[in-house]
Design a protein around this ligand. Structure first.
Ligand SMILES: O=C(O)CCC(=O)C(=O)O
Length: 265
């Protein structure tokens, strides 16, 4: 399969609608790929907190409109990164959107672990409650977002839900780039899965982004890694490598904790 990670540059100066149009053109240009991935909160910016109250949008809002059309035009599965979701009956959420190649919005994932400690997302956004996987033509995607990468128990839960390709959109800061790379590889090794981690480039909200989107195979090998700036990272791999790695080195068979106990006779 072929996957393209669109490491979009997000600034404070580009209006959201212009960035949506630019991102949609980049998605359309990936015709021939099986899966296209965008970063976290790219329409408004993951650290542009001031823009969130007015820029939040419903699931059928402007980002969904342009992304559905772009997925359909390119004929690709599209993980369109995440938006600031306005829930009419609740708080705002950091919500990822997955579109099928016919443009239908088939899965959404509300980020579970909110970043910021006593500020930003952690204060103004609601926490997702559900583990989400997405069945596709080429395997089962496990959905996580940025800070979620630091919580291995989420990835174990995704494994138990059948995930084979872990897709992680992010707005990960340059200051902690080493963690980004290390954790992406660790999650791939632990779950014996592909990790496709699509970060943001540029600077917004005063935070320089790390870039360095990365694709890691189930053995922890880096198949492709982007640089600092805006870039489309394209990689080809065989999703069947997941089952092969799990059979060749059956470490997951030796789990003792957190799985249903064997029946005592
Ligand atoms: O965990 C980190 O270092 C960065 C997380 C983050 O920026 C986010 O979740 O938006």
């Amino acid at each position: 399969m072929r996957a393209s990670l669109i490491q979009l540059s997000v600034s404070d100066t580009e209006p959201a609608d212009e960035r949506r149009a630019r991102a949609a053109a980049l998605v359309r240009a990936q015709e021939g790929a099986d899966l296209v991935v965008l970063p976290e909160l790219w329409p408004l910016g993951g650290f542009a907190y001031d823009a969130w109250p007015t820029g939040a949008e419903p699931l059928d809002g402007p980002t969904s409109d342009v992304m559905a059309a772009a997925a359909r035009a390119a004929g690709v599965w599209l993980h369109a990164g995440s938006i600031v979701e306005r829930d009419p009956d609740g708080p705002i959420y950091n919500t990822s959107l997955v579109f099928a190649p016919d443009g239908e919005l088939v899965h959404t994932y509300r980020k579970i672990h909110r970043f910021g400690f006593d500020s930003g997302e952690a204060v103004v956004m609601g926490a997702g409650q559900e583990i989400v996987t997405a069945g596709t033509d080429f395997g089962v995607l496990g959905l996580a977002t940025c800070y979620d990468l630091r919580f291995p128990e989420l990835f174990r839960a995704l494994l138990d839900a059948g995930a084979e390709l872990l897709v992680v959109p992010a707005a990960w800061p340059a200051r902690r780039r080493e963690h980004w790379t290390l954790l992406s590889r660790a999650r791939a090794v632990e779950e014996q899965a592909f990790v496709l981690a699509c970060n943001t480039a540029g600077t917004h909200g005063g935070v320089e982004q790390a870039g360095h989107s990365i694709v890691v195979d189930p053995w922890g090998r880096v198949l492709a890694e982007a640089g600092d700036g805006e870039e489309v990272l394209t990689v080809e791999f065989d999703p069947a490598e997941v089952a092969k790695a799990r059979a060749d080195f059956p470490v997951l068979r030796d789990r003792l904790l957190g799985i249903p106990a064997p029946v005592q006779r």
